[in-house]
Design a protein around this ligand. Structure first.
Ligand code: ATP
Length: 579
């Protein structure tokens, strides 16, 4: 764990941790002062003449020229009040510093994880469940922050206990020894229990939390199909099943964390009282001799016992959050260096001539069979090329390779000699991509078209131009709020064809040289499909276009057709395709 923390925290944060530890030790010393100050207080209360008998007390009595013992006691009361106010103010500030540090760490890790996941190659996302990534970004970073709080609080409690323990030992060795033995026994037993169960429970909790996110996404993401098929109960029961397992783990871990507190309190109180009785029967019989000692022990016990209970609780909570420490460390380390930043900055580059696909072969990381086997073809600038083939033949795979999302195991894709997989940032600048299902965010039409461009940098002129080319401008112009119209979550307030054309406008916003279209014909009716295709056909000749065709009717006017079948990508004459 130490190595993980050393890796996760920056130099500046490590300095902050040292400062926090210093504050923690200061806080513990203040706690000690709060307790020790009661010893002279109770002594003077029971026997005022002690002021003159005790050299230290008399020194202060004389120094401040107190005329009576009552005034001295009043002065001492003032000091105690001050110490308590100062101590509690200091502890409040200390907590604020700890919380600020931990929650800003949580924010930093969450943002870093999101950024790192987004920078990972496309293949990383093919093998990952979105729910798991959501959980890591949200829940694991939350558990990490809580884990750090527990570690700092554990150090705080241990210091308090150690300092108070030493002090009690000075006051009365026999009582302190007995209490200490009781405490150590309790601590040992319960720490062993948490060690055995808490980390395991944490790992399971992490797994179930991922499942909860997954079922939440599935239930609400597919709400249309769910409602029509009346499958609400199925999704709710799967969700509640995982929640039951998740809360079981939470409950057991909380019990492991909380039980010792009560056990420790009961057993230590017993130890303390038995020790006093033993002293009384076998030592001096005059109970007043013990009053100051008992008072100190009472105050100390008041502080010490909850602290010991909390130590157990923190240990259990730290162990529960360890799987999140592991995950964050592993993910940040794995991501380090493999992000696409390694591909460097975008260069000034314009596509002028052709895309050459040269001996390209590809298989998915977890499969051996080649989906694309030695593909060779050329797409000249300004031409429209369609890929046809049966479902599962590899059309999308071929296009994803051209998009630079999938890196072929063999061969190259060269655009005017530029290896697109070595220069993805430069390449992507020339591309516009229109997927089958357009992802629309719950935002305005303007922001959905400029997608990812900060509001103040959006050019309305470019948005309108893109809408016109996508043949959607008339529709938007007639909306009361025009470009400011909200489209609803995933564009629920738009029709399928409108969503598709927003996708086209989005791809055109940057005025890219090459347009890649995964035809969404299956989702559209004939009339809408015709409108969408008309928008696309209008762009022919102006742009280089690559179309994944699902219906032959839509590609009558393309320049070239390639058929993907059995891993091969071969040109097809139009006469052959259309008979
Ligand atoms: N992430 C993946 N991991 C493993 N195999 C995959 C993955 N994605 C696709 N495949 C497999 O690769 C093959 C080609 O898939 P691809 O999506 O390219 O076909 P397609 O021609 O575009 O099909 P469709 O027309 O149905 O969209 C299929 O057999 C598919 O099962």
């Amino acid at each position: 764990m130490i190595n993980q923390l050393r890796y996760i925290f920056s130099r500046k944060e490590k300095v902050k941790i040292v400062l926090i530890l210093f504050m923690v030790i200061m806080g513990s010393l203040l706690e000690l002062m709060g307790v020790t100050i009661f010893m002279p207080f109770t002594e003077i209360l029971t026997n005022p003449s002690v002021i003159k008998e005790n050299d230290y007390l008399y020194y202060f009595y004389d120094l401040f020229h107190f005329s009576t013992e009552q005034y001295f006691l009043a002065g001492l009361t003032g000091v105690i009040i001050f110490i308590y106010i100062f101590k509690n103010a200091f502890l409040a500030i200390e907590k604020n510093v700890i919380y600020r540090f931990c929650y800003s760490t949580q924010m930093k890790l969450s943002v870093n994880l999101l950024k790192s996941y987004m920078k990972k190659p496309y293949t990383f996302h093919l093998n990952k469940n979105v729910a798991e990534l959501q959980r890591s970004i949200q829940e694991d970073t939350d558990l990490f922050a809580k884990g750090i709080i527990h570690i700092l609080e554990l150090i705080m409690e241990v210091t308090v206990c150690a300092v108070l323990g030493i002090y009690l030992f000075v006051v009365s060795k026999s009582i302190a020894a007995l209490v200490l033995i009781m405490l150590l026994l309790c601590l040992g037993a319960f720490t062993a229990l948490s060690k055995r169960y808490s980390k395991k429970l944490g790992r399971k909790g992490q797994k179930y939390k991922g499942k909860l996110y997954q079922w939440m996404n599935q239930s609400l993401g597919g709400i249309k199909e769910v409602k029509i098929l009346n499958r609400e109960d199925y999704f709710v029961s799967a969700y509640s099943g995982y929640f039951e397992k998740y809360v079981y783990g939470l409950r057991i871990n909380r019990l492991i964390a909380e039980l010792p507190r009560h056990f420790v309190e009961a057993s230590c109180m017993t130890g303390l009282l038995v020790a006093i009785l033993v002293k009384m029967f076998f030592g001096y019989s005059d109970i007043t001799v013990y009053i100051p000692q008992i008072a100190v022990f009472a105050v100390a016990a008041f502080k010490l016992l909850p602290s010991v209970g909390k130590i157990n609780s923190h240990v259990a909570d730290i162990l529960y959050s360890l799987p999140s420490f592991d995950l964050i460390y592993r993910d940040l380390k794995e991501i380090e260096g493999s992000s696409e930043e390694a591909h460097g900055e975008r260069e000034e580059w314009n596509f002028e001539k052709e895309i050459i696909v040269k001996d390209v072969s590809y298989h998915y990381p977890d499969a051996e069979e080649l989906v694309i086997d030695k593909a060779n073809f050329v797409i000249p600038k300004g031409k429209t090329v369609a890929f046809i083939g049966s479902s599962g033949a590899g059309k999308t795979t071929m296009v994803d390779i051209i998009l630079g999302l999938l890196q072929p195991q063999e061969g190259q894709v060269l655009a005017d000699g530029l290896d697109i997989h070595k220069n993805p940032n430069t390449w992507h600048h020339e591309l516009g991509y229109i997927p089958q299902v357009i992802y629309l965010s719950d935002d305005t039409i303007r922001n959905n078209i400029a997608f990812g461009v900060p509001s103040e940098e959006i050019s309305d002129k470019a948005v309108i131009e893109a809408l016109k080319k996508a043949q959607l401008y008339d529709f938007v112009e007639n909306l009361t709020e025009g470009l400011d119209t909200f489209v609803g979550d995933r564009g629920v307030r738009l029709s399928g064809g409108q969503r598709q054309r927003i996708g086209i406008a989005r791809a055109l916003y940057h005025n890219p040289e090459i347009l890649v279209l995964d035809e969404a014909t299956s989702a559209l009716d004939n009339e809408t499909e015709a409108a969408v295709m008309e928008a696309i056909e209008n762009l022919q000749g102006m742009k280089t276009m690559i179309i994944i065709a699902h219906r032959l009717t839509t590609i009558k006017n393309v320049d070239e057709i390639y058929e993907v079948a059995g891993g091969r990508v071969l040109p097809k004459a139009k006469e052959e395709v259309f008979g």
